[in-house]
Unconditional design. Structure first.
Length: 91
């Protein structure tokens, strides 16, 4: 019901359902999902991937990072998002 083509969708655990992720991709959008430690091998694989990237001095493969810092309601909020877009790594 939403036109999400070209958008980056952030979604909670509900978005981890295969049908929802497929719908997002099917509408030519990308998504960011939270990955928790209870995801077993997937969590460990992603952790190793980012460890390798850091150990290489961030030269092992293509990545991007964005960070925002906001202050409000008596606290400082820092949000970071790291992505790896190297197609050979993501296969």
């Amino acid at each position: 019901m939403l036109d999400i083509s070209g958008c980056i969708i952030t979604i909670d655990a509900m978005g981890c359902q295969k049908e929802i992720a497929a719908e997002v991709v099917g509408q030519d959008a990308d998504y960011v999902l939270a990955l928790k430690e209870n995801q077993g091998n997937l969590y460990e694989d992603v952790e190793l991937l980012f460890d390798d990237l850091e150990e290489s001095g961030f030269s092992a493969y293509e990545y991007d990072c964005d960070r925002t810092v906001n202050k409000g309601h008596g606290r400082i909020e820092i949000r970071q998002c790291w992505t790896i877009s190297d197609p050979d790594i993501l296969r």
